[in-house]
Design a protein around this ligand. Sequence first.
Ligand code: ZN
Ligand code: ZN
Length: 474
Amino acid sequence: MEIGASWEPEDSATGKTARNGLEHSLVPAGNEATVIPFARDVTMYKLLFFLFFSVVMFSQTANAQDPSQWVKGNLNDLVKLYVHFHKTPELSFHEKETAAKLASELKSVGAVVTENVGGFGVVGLMKNGDGPTVMVRTDLDALPVAEATDVPYASKVTTVDADGNTVGVMHACGHDIHMTTLVGVARFLAANQDKWQGTVMFIGQPAEERGMGAVAMLDDGLFEKFPKPDYALALHCNSVTPSGSVSVRPGYAMANVDSVDIEVFGRGGHGAYPHTTIDPIVQAAKLVVDLQTLVSREVKPIEAGVVTVGSIHAGTKHNIISDSCKLQLTVRSYSEEVRQLLLNGIKRKARAAAISAGAKEPEIKISEGTPSLSNDAELTAKMKKVFEGAIGAKNVLDAEPVMGGEDFSQYGRAGVPSLMYFLGVVEPRKLEYYETNEIAPPSLHSAEFAPNVEPSLMTGIVTMSSGVLELLKK
Ligand SMILES: [Zn+2]
Ligand SMILES: [Zn+2]
């Protein structure tokens, strides 16, 4: 997920200082005690014993249970899987090992697995008699972020990026939580086949962070080679809500994301003789100010929109007027009407700035990103009730809409009623500390993002499993 403005820390520098003094005092001992041993020196004998123990546990807990009973008896093995995913992150379009691991996990619970769908995409079908098809989606990719948490299983992975730079790699967006949750749901459903009827379509989607994986899987025939689902469900970590909770929102939840590149032209020359030039920097500066009136004066006040100039570059030194100036914009909206209004307005204002300066037409390139995410109202209402029954009404919050982007929206656009809901991952006492001290918790994509693993996994697995059971009930 691309993070929205409201999820960004207001002052990450302050947050970092305060947090560093806090990690040890607020992480409950029980949490570390359960998570950490898997990450430390596990000898072969211990591992074998653990595997044997897990098999015994699995068969014991394989009797019909509700999701929350089941997850309590099966969490340790899933935490171990989470640690594995966390320690072995891979960047977008490079999710080879991650996809293979997810595929083998799905095969081991009896799903029919197809690999390499739209790149490293994984599709696992679990059929259990006649009935609807429910798609459950996880993303697979990590980010070029060097992890700066103090968890003992922190990623030490580095890789060389497209520019030849060595970069750290980290699951800083929580996709490791999403993958582990999906495997937990698959294990639960496999062990409780008497409770549901129909088909579950598990998908592991690559390249979410680049906004391209969902389209790649759809273009590779996701809904033609495999059954087109009747419903699609996904969750995403939320870095500002407590672990143990989820948040849900019908309708628009995330934005249309467009990128615009503008190059305005002038006529270069000596800084001491501006009358012999057309100054592209003055032209660009006027344009930047004029762009601010699009949202404030042209979009209906109750509609949402963002136009941000994130980059502006021109010139080489003090006394040279350059030939051109380049601007890069991100443009956010929910509705198609507002999207078109903003993009047309940007073109109009860029041309107007050029005419005003007596310059030639600017070059404008619009690159479409992800479309807005709209949660199906009926499905959302149904799932909200199910979640309330599963984890208690007080733990089901109303999600705030954000202007971040998420390519899960592509499945909804392809005609599948879909819901993405948000999984709280912050330890409640930490959250209280942040709130009291007016510090923003580490956001998604932050090097310090460290979800509260066990309760987050439990809540994710219980809510998602309960949702699938409801949609595939006998
Ligand atoms: Zn992300
Ligand atoms: Zn994400």
